[in-house]
Design a protein around this ligand. Structure first.
Ligand SMILES: [Zn+2]
Ligand SMILES: [Zn+2]
Length: 92
């Protein structure tokens, strides 16, 4: 038993000169695309999918020894994607 590494892509607002509202995709003032994609990694328990911190030796939800990373999964804004799709994004 072990843990699974989740590789996530999500979009967040860039630093921008004009005032932005939450969930805007384009600037209301100048029309610029104001989001940027960033990668974010976290580990979850292989058994129960509970979030596991790097310092955790045991899963805080089900109690298994977390051990080494046994697999990887890739997500784009919550949607599961393939490793090659994820790698393509990282090169952008
Ligand atoms: Zn603007
Ligand atoms: Zn667990």
């Amino acid at each position: 038993m072990a843990k699974i590494k989740l590789n996530n892509i999500f979009l967040r607002p860039k630093k921008h000169a004009h005032k932005l509202e939450e969930r805007d995709t384009f600037c209301r003032t100048c029309g610029e695309f104001i989001l940027e994609g960033i990668c974010f990694y976290n580990n979850v328990c292989e058994v129960c999918r509970y979030t596991i911190e790097d310092s955790d030796k045991y899963c805080a939800n089900c109690g298994i020894l977390t051990g080494e990373i046994s697999g990887e999964e890739f997500y784009d804004k919550g949607k599961k994607i393939t490793k090659s799709e994820f790698t393509t994004f990282k090169k952008l």
